[in-house]
Design a protein around this ligand. Structure first.
Ligand SMILES: [Zn+2]
Length: 292
């Protein structure tokens, strides 16, 4: 089982942090159109995790995805990391996001992904926040260490029922593999850009379950410049040292040129489901249960 997901935030980030350039909006519009077209050709349905602000500030984008038959999931309200919020802040953020998305599409939102996979052992309460806001499926766990969090103690790389403080959520974690001396992902983000196509396909065929995750920014062939100190600090809420900003630049732009082609090849050669389709196909009585 391979699950196809996209995180949708680029229009909002451009508006909030990068100068609201019409050329950028147009570029994202074109890229989205191309992706939706490709998915329609292959009869594939994905889950598109959208930030709540996309629903209020760019409702036509969210509606377009929804009208093409894809699942709309929640990707926080303003793309702030959950591990930098208090319980109350996370409650408020999730409520605002789910509410905005549901009003936009006129349907319940049941799936969630935290920005930067920011649910870990220090903020397990996030599962309670999600359940209180009607979320039944989550795809926020990255079961290895990473730049902004990760949840290595989770230790499961297959659909898993998470129990916490009386609630239960169906978790669809990222799958990692040992490469470059550590556990890394390969079916999304910067790792998908980094690894050769054949490596990714071979790994995905070897395991019974894969979770993909793509951002439109990863698929645009336009190379963005090094962020200014102010842009970096405004966006990441971390000190914008030259080292941090250049590292981010290289990570952001590595392999961007051929990435869309790689994605389309994957879509042509593999079968995918979205989160809701997968959730319905799974016999949860056979899946692991993790009490955290
Ligand atoms: Zn994101």
């Amino acid at each position: 089982m391979n699950i196809l997901t996209f995180d949708i935030e680029e229009w909002y980030l451009e508006k909030a942090y990068f100068g609201a350039k019409q050329t950028k909006y147009a570029e994202y519009d074109r890229l989205l159109e191309e992706i939706l077209q490709k998915l329609s050709e292959k009869s594939l349905k994905g889950t598109f995790f959208c930030v709540g602000k996309m629903a209020t500030d760019f409702p036509t984008v969210v509606r377009k995805i929804f009208d093409a038959g894809h699942e709309i999931g929640c990707h926080s309200n303003t793309h702030q990391w959950l591990n930098k919020m208090t319980f109350d802040e996370a409650m408020e953020d999730t409520h605002a996001a789910v509410d905005a998305l549901e009003q936009c599409i006129g349907q319940k939102v049941l799936s969630y992904r935290a920005p930067a996979f920011s649910i870990g052992s220090n903020n397990k309460w996030a599962f309670e926040v999600l359940a209180s806001n009607g979320i039944t499926c989550d795809a926020s766990v990255f079961p290895a260490s990473r730049d902004f969090g990760g949840f290595p103690e989770f230790a499961k790389m297959e659909p898993t029922a998470v129990k916490y403080n009386g609630i239960e959520i169906h978790e669809f974690p990222i799958v990692t593999t040992k490469a470059l001396g550590k556990q890394v992902a390969y079916s999304g983000g910067g790792y998908f850009r980094f690894f050769p196509y054949t490596f990714v396909e071979k790994r995905m065929k070897k395991v019974p379950y894969s979770m993909t995750y793509f951002h439109l920014g990863d698929l645009c062939p336009v190379i963005s410049g090094v962020m200014t100190k102010e842009e970096y600090e405004g966006y990441f809420n971390e000190p914008g040292t030259a080292k941090a900003r250049y590292l981010r630049y290289f990570k952001t732009n590595l392999g961007v040129g051929g990435n869309k082609k790689k994605l389309f090849k994957l879509l042509a050669r593999m079968k995918f489901d979205n989160l809701m389709e997968a959730d319905q196909q799974i016999d949860w009585s056979l899946q692991p249960v993790v009490s955290i």
